[in-house]
Design a protein. Structure first.
Length: 96
């Protein structure tokens, strides 16, 4: 397993949140950002996927293309980068 990254889901304001975080915490930056284009699953211009760093800790985030009852999920997920299919299978089987 390569790494585990905290993953945040927003409802259209991921970029605003990232900019707030990096402006509030020194030594922080947005490291990548991909936006939805025309005729894609999410609202055009919203964040399909982004990564940012706060004092060296990497985070990932998205603007959900699925509408929810909340504006920001009250929890967060862990994005696990596996190196092999075997690792994925082992993690999946341990969860169910």
């Amino acid at each position: 397993m390569s790494k585990v990254t905290p993953f945040l889901m927003f409802q259209g304001n991921a970029e605003k949140a990232m900019n707030y975080y990096i402006s509030s915490i020194e030594d922080s930056e947005i490291t990548s950002m991909t936006r939805y284009g025309a005729n894609e699953a999410g609202e055009e211009g919203s964040i399909m996927h982004a990564t940012f760093s706060l004092k060296g800790q990497e985070f990932m985030c998205i603007d959900s293309n699925v509408k929810h009852e909340f504006t920001f999920t009250p929890s967060f997920s862990l994005y696990i980068t596996c190196d092999t299919e075997i690792e994925i299978d082992q993690l999946y089987l341990e969860i169910i």
